[in-house]
Design a protein around this ligand. Structure first.
Ligand code: KIV
Length: 277
């Protein structure tokens, strides 16, 4: 399907007409091109890059400069997908001014279309400040990895009545603050369905069941490129790590045994000419 550049109207229309929104992370030029060419609506340059690309043990250490560096690469690779840049921990918490300034860097230097901000009702004034300067914001509630310590670790959120109704309030407040979309991570499917029905903005799930307005997953999880762990909610569509490792071992063997490069990989000149050098 040829859609052209994805817009906010296009995403809203998908929700309003019951069509699922597709979203996938990407962190560099080549992966962004593949996601874009696959016709996926939204590319999220997630701070998950801290774990799957940079090798940190969480998303907390990721810096603005690291995010901007990867955003630039992704935006060079994308033609049509809508690009969301994930604001890293402490880039939007200190003040509204700092949040606006950093969101502005994402748009001006990283060339993304929107930013994502983790957190519930307390983040609503920050979301509003960024939206007020004309930068679209995607919220993120439920399991918020940047503040997972406060949640006592990486676990399902909103499983009892009180925490579920708190999450519903968070979603409403983030929508009221002007967000155009909200990500719901690791929450029960019935709660996600309720939130998606309740808010008028697209509510995208990751570990939030089938009744969301769309789904997002991490590129490396989907393709089997990250072997440290795989969350329960991930569906693997390929198992590329063993394929890549096998290819690398064959390359190593070919170099060690002298069977690479072959004549077809070499540039040739006449041996007479060599003798004249
Ligand atoms: O950083 C990320 O990849 C995310 C998704 C898991 C939603 O925030």
């Amino acid at each position: 399907m040829v859609k052209g550049k994805i817009t906010l109207d296009y995403l809203r229309n998908k929700k309003n007409t019951g069509h699922k929104i597709t979203m996938m992370t990407a962190y560099d030029y080549s992966s962004a091109r593949l996601v874009d060419e696959a016709g996926i609506d939204v590319v999220l340059v997630g701070d998950s890059l801290g774990m799957v690309v940079l090798g940190y043990d969480s998303t907390v250490p990721v810096t603005m400069d690291e995010m901007v560096h990867h955003l630039k690469a992704v935006s060079r690779g994308v033609k049509n997908s809508f690009i969301i840049g994930d604001m890293p921990f402490m880039s939007y918490h200190v003040s509204r001014e700092k949040a606006v300034e950093n969101a502005g860097r994402f748009i001006k230097e990283g060339r993304c279309d929107a930013v994502k901000i983790e957190g519930g009702s307390k983040m609503a004034p920050i979301v509003q400040a960024v939206v007020d300067v004309g930068i679209p914001v995607c919220g993120h509630i439920g399991l918020t990895p940047q503040t997972a310590t406060m949640l006592s670790g990486f676990k399902v959120q909103g499983q009892d009545k009180d925490s579920a109704s708190e999450l519903l309030t968070f979603a409403r407040d983030i929508e009221d603050a002007g967000a155009f979309m909200i990500v719901m991570e690791c929450i029960p499917d019935l709660l996600a369905k309720r939130i998606a029905e309740e808010v008028s903005i697209p509510a995208i799930g990751i570990g939030a069941g089938a009744d969301c307005d769309g789904q997002v997953l991490v590129y490396h999880d989907v393709l089997g490129l990250f072997e440290r762990f795989t969350p329960k909610f991930v569906k693997r569509y390929a198992d590329l790590a063993p394929v890549i490792k096998e290819a690398l071992i064959r390359y190593r063997n070919d170099v060690e045994t002298g069977s690479f490069p072959g004549p077809e990989h070499c540039f040739h000149m006449k041996s007479d000419d060599v003798d004249k050098i």
